[in-house]
Design a protein around this ligand. Structure first.
Ligand code: GAL
Length: 923
């Protein structure tokens, strides 16, 4: 028998959707502790009239899976149940919620509404056992009129929520499956003669129109300034009848599509945005207001100017923050049917007329609720729901209801119904072609002409999974070059890992049969909301005030559309304020003979930094004063035991740090007495020295990317880089079964300025592939390696890679080894510092200084590459008593191949030979 939650229908017994308004009329929050009973199937055996006094309790809002009932489950595209719409499995976890409500005595006359802002996925409501209504649309508001049900005394409010319903087929977003009443619930008083709805249109020219279902009074604000993300000017509008006053924060702005340009108040609107899901590591999609505000503040701090509410409307409070702080929003409807794509879109609800009313209802609920938010500059029909008539109908309805906002939907590839052309993760070439209006033609010339004439956005790009994304600067350069390109939205704002038993968990960690692993952990923020290096990189790239050296001149570009640089302070490294006149929006200024290092700050926040290129690669100052030369330390031929102590060697290889000392010549140490490999480097016993041409693959390394067939990881493994075998007599490292590999010469020598190591590495055989890195790894024994203080002169303070180094700068940096690790949820290559000319490692026993002949890459770690590679969760990484120092002539970049293009050739390390020279001193 078909269950009610398998009937494809819009909410039953619900009121028509309307605007979210602040009102003088009464509001009673029903958030808090509810009685709760959970059942693994839909047949709960509970009576809706039963107040459940003896049941468990559950907080509202929350997800029951995060309170011990059932478990979270993660799938990206695949449905976790058989595709047989609108039917769902027999095992349909169900929550029974109860709460005693009482109509406040001072709510005289009028009606009382019961409002739900988010219930996942289908629910039914009763008061005192009498049915009130039923609804789905997990991330959409729904209201019921309960006036006739309330007695004025204690009334039993019952809500039965099913995890699975017909609605699940159109809510297949890439996220955790989490259920329950996860947004607020409230009772609202609606006085007789009140203002149930309002539609306010406020244009950038100061025009204002207010439409209400009843005659209303309001005062038009005077002397208004336009609203933009740069200057979010809001004006409180009070709209009254005798019965009620509602208030709205109005922002005056006009969004237009003018040919192939997207404009706000007549100026270019370029999204420097992120995709944001509701997510909190402790509470799932039940996100507190404080968390939302913290996120919005972090976005602003990182120069982000736009949010796509992927892939459903957010809590309305989030939009009020965007209005207030200044963020452009693409408000997206709660529709995604991606799993049908895996069966050739057979049976896709998007094109099934039976689902038409459900689709339209979802769109109406979003548009009506959010229509007055100035931050909302575009409506999105949904995400990855294929194409079909129901979406076309939604677009048509939306443009007739609200002609003031363009319509977005990425999968309307021919732009039949949308007002902007949208793509996700285009390769650089494709984006560039679209910028030029030279994208491949559509079969239908008329449609082709129209699409080619529209502005284009990337609704998703820069997949921030694990270490990455690399290559963002290249995207930005293309966006800058073509006015048709209205920017894009990084995928995505925050990791979705869930905190459980003190550890961040992802797909598969909750025993799911079908899951998509760590694909849910792909944000610019770590689950604890710490910014990742990717966010620092993004902030530097999308900075509104860009600084670039051109010889001795500094080019200052004002990329704001509405703001001059009058309030920006440009200063030299010495703190001298530079004389720069206010630069008009969207114009540049050339400052001649600029100091070599300039910072642009606004209100104390650094907007941009520039250093004249010679700062990079500055010659190393080896043997700095105050240091003893390392000749003072004990140098002896390692004993057999020490040599055989390979337990610490990376990947279990036999080290042979002293091989090649007699090879002569190629090491290149000009003068000095050759010595065997020392058994100490300053305060640290030297456990091993080995060739290092491997890294713990990043998640981007694991995928081929759009433009490749084989991932870098696979290529590297096929070449045996992860399983090199040392042959000391030959000075070689080669994998089993292959004749390719590396030849390495080490030459240790004592010179006046310290202990010197020359390393010469050559590739053997015909190699075309990139290398993760090429250099050596030193294993230094020390108790508590994480607390060793790592200082360096080079790019920092954060990590950097060839295609991700906009957010770092050249200088002296210092932190502990522990702090130098980037805690990706899935352990992987991290922490590389580039363009390093000298560094030191300070332990209680003393300090080791390492100066390079030429700039090098370095990563210092309290665990080996092998340990980093085998750990699946950050808390599995435990330090031992070895400090691993990875010194490299070069490393390969990051790319964003987990969903997008691979590392570009310019970011790949491909040298055939590497020569490294270091001088070690101690103090
Ligand atoms: C997109 C999708 C997002 C996310 C991303 C990969 O196709 O719209 O929701 O799944 O891929 O992380």
């Amino acid at each position: 028998m078909t269950a009610q939650f398998e009937i494809v229908e819009p909410p039953v017994g619900a009121l028509p959707p309307r605007a979210r308004l602040n009102s003088t009329a009464g509001v009673l929050s029903l958030d808090g502790t509810w009685q709760f009973a959970w059942s693994p199937t839909a047949e709960t055996g509970k009576d809706p009239a039963d107040p459940g006094r003896t049941w468990d309790t559950l907080p509202v809002p929350s997800h029951w899976q995060l309170h011990g009932y059932g478990s979270p489950a993660y799938t990206n595209v695949r449905f976790p149940f058989p595709i047989d719409p609108p039917y769902v499995p027999q095992d349909n976890p169900t929550g029974e919620y109860r709460r005693i409500v009482r109509r406040p005595a001072d709510w005289r006359g009028g009606r009382v509404l019961l409002r739900f802002d988010g219930v996942d996925s289908w629910f039914q409501v009763w008061v005192n056992g009498a049915p009130v209504g039923r609804a789905s649309g997990s991330r959409l508001t729904v209201e019921f009129d309960v006036t006739a049900h309330l007695t004025g005394g204690d009334d039993v409010l019952a809500v039965r929520v099913h995890q699975w319903s017909f609605g699940s087929y159109v809510e297949d977003q890439d996220q955790w499956w989490l259920s329950g009443i996860f947004r607020s619930v409230a009772l609202l008083h609606r006085p007789e003669g009140g203002i149930d709805d309002l539609y306010v249109v406020a244009g950038g020219d100061g025009s204002l129109s207010v439409t209400a279902p009843v005659p209303v009074r309001f005062t038009r604000p005077d002397d208004v300034q336009p609203w933009s993300a740069e200057k979010p000017a809001l004006y409180r509008l009070l709209v009254s009848t005798d019965a009620e006053t509602v208030s709205l924060d109005v922002g005056f702005r006009t969004v237009t599509v003018d040919g192939d340009r997207l404009l706000l108040n007549g100026k270019p609107l370029v999204f420097r945005g992120v995709n944001r899901h509701d997510i909190d590591a402790r509470t799932g999609r039940a996100v507190s207001r404080a968390r939302m505000e913290h996120d919005v503040a972090l976005m602003k701090e990182h120069n982000i100017n736009a949010v796509r509410t992927s892939h459903y409307p957010p809590d309305p409070y989030f939009l009020s923050l965007c209005d207030r702080y200044g963020l452009y929003v693409i408000d997206e409807c709660d529709i995604e049917t991606h799993g049908f794509g895996l069966v050739g879109w057979r049976g896709n609800p998007s094109d099934d007329p039976a689902w038409g009313p459900v689709y339209l209802d979802r769109m109406r609920r979003m548009v009506e609720r959010d229509k007055n938010a100035p931050s909302v500059v575009m409506w999105s029909l949904g995400n990855e729901a294929g194409w079909g008539r129901n979406l076309a109908t939604n677009a048509a309805w939306t443009s007739s209801r609200d002609a003031t906002r363009p319509i977005h939907y990425e999968a309307d590839e021919e732009c039949e119904s949308v007002s902007v052309y949208s793509r996700m993760y285009p390769t650089y070439d494709k984006l560039e072609a679209i910028g030029r209006g030279a994208e491949p033609a559509l079969a239908d010339p008329e449609r082709d002409r129209r699409r080619r004439g529209l502005p284009m956005i990337m609704c998703e790009y820069g997949h921030a999974m694990g270490n990455g994304p690399g290559g963002l600067a290249d995207y930005e350069a293309i966006i800058d070059a073509y006015p048709r390109l209205a920017g894009g939205f990084i995928w995505e704002w925050a990791d979705h890992a869930l905190l459980s038993d003190g550890s961040y968990r992802y797909g598969g960690d909750f025993g799911e049969l079908v899951h998509d692993g760590s694909f849910v952990v792909d944000g610019l923020l770590f689950p604890d909301r710490t910014p990742s290096p990717g966010l620092t990189e993004l902030a530097a790239i999308i900075t509104p005030v860009r600084l670039r050296f051109d010889g001795d001149d500094l080019l200052i570009e004002n990329r704001w559309s509405f703001t001059t640089t009058a309030e920006v302070v440009f200063a030299s490294a010495a703190g001298e304020v530079l004389d720069v006149p206010p630069i008009e929006p969207l114009t540049s200024y050339r400052l001649s003979d600029a100091p070599p290092s300039v910072t642009a700050t606004l209100g104390g926040k650094v907007l941009a930094r520039a250093q004249r290129p010679p700062a990079l690669g500055a010659p190393a100052r080896s043997g700095a004063s105050g240091r003893e030369r390392l000749g003072g330390v004990v140098i002896s031929q390692p004993s057999r035991e020490q040599h055989g102590d390979a337990g610490v060697d990376d990947a279990g290889r036999e080290p042979f740090g002293d091989a090649g000392i007699d090879a002569g010549g190629r090491g290149g140490a000009a003068a000095g007495r050759s010595i065997p490999r020392p058994d100490r480097l300053g305060p640290f016993p030297l456990a091993s020295v080995a060739l290092d041409a491997w890294r713990a693959p990043t998640e981007n390394d694991r995928f081929p990317g759009w433009d490749g067939k084989v991932s870098m990881e696979e290529q590297w493994r096929a070449a045996g880089l992860d399983r090199l075998i040392a042959a000391p007599a030959r000075g070689r490292y080669q994998p089993a079964g292959l004749d390719s590999g590396f030849e390495i010469d080490y030459r240790w020598s004592i010179r006046d300025d310290g202990l010197r190591l020359d390393v010469d590495i050559e590739r053997l055989g015909e190699w075309r592939l990139s290398l993760p890195r090429l250099g050596i790894a030193l294993a230094l024994r020390t108790p508590d390696p994480s607390s060793v203080v790592f200082s360096w002169l080079g790019l920092g303070p954060g990590e950097s890679y060839p295609d991700s180094r906009a957010g770092v700068w050249f200088g002296e940096h210092s932190m502990t080894v522990g702090e130098a690790q980037t805690p990706y949820v899935v352990p992987q290559e991290n922490g590389n510092r580039s363009e390093v000319s000298r560094m030191s490692l300070a332990a209680p026993a003393g300090t080791l200084h390492i100066a390079g002949d030429s700039p090098f890459d370095v990563a210092v770690r309290p665990w080996s590459t092998a340990a980093l590679e085998s750990a699946r969760h950050a808390d599995e990484l435990v330090e031992d008593d070895v400090l691993w120092v990875h010194l490299a002539a070069g490393v390969t970049g990051l790319g964003s191949a987990s969903c997008g293009p691979a590392v570009r050739p310019s970011g790949q390390y491909r040298a055939a030979r590497a020569q490294l020279g270091f001088v070690f001193t101690t103090s």
